[in-house]
Design a protein around this ligand. Sequence first.
Ligand SMILES: [Cu+2]
Length: 148
Amino acid sequence: MLEMSRRRPRPAAWRRHGRGAALAILLLGGPAAPAAAAAAEPTAAAAESPATAAEPPAAEVRIDNFTFSPAVLTVAAGTRVTWVNGDDIPHTVVANDQSFRSRALDTDDRFAVTFERAGTYRYFCSLHPHMVATVVVQAAPDGAGRAP
Ligand SMILES: [Cu+2]
């Protein structure tokens, strides 16, 4: 008896394919890189206590139509400056020297920085770098309060 030993090709193709597909799925669906940790933002001091007489001076910068307003804000040292986004799209507030940096502010979101030291702080919107403005902080007079 003659027995033909027919070597049937092993249907390995599908296995390779299967493995490849599994690899592709692994690559595509692998664990996402952990999101960048939230940037360290200057945290607001204690909870607001409207009754205290020692409330720090405050000022506000509006963001409207891709513009910081006022473009140059002058305040005394110790002033808490709050940015408010009035636009329908996000903006950020980022110091040129990175001394402060907001997250993306949605409509009506706020971001505040208390400027303790005199100096000129230029900043911009990292999403629209043509949006630039400045906070000028003047040294507060020693002891006595500010002039009216
Ligand atoms: Cu912007």
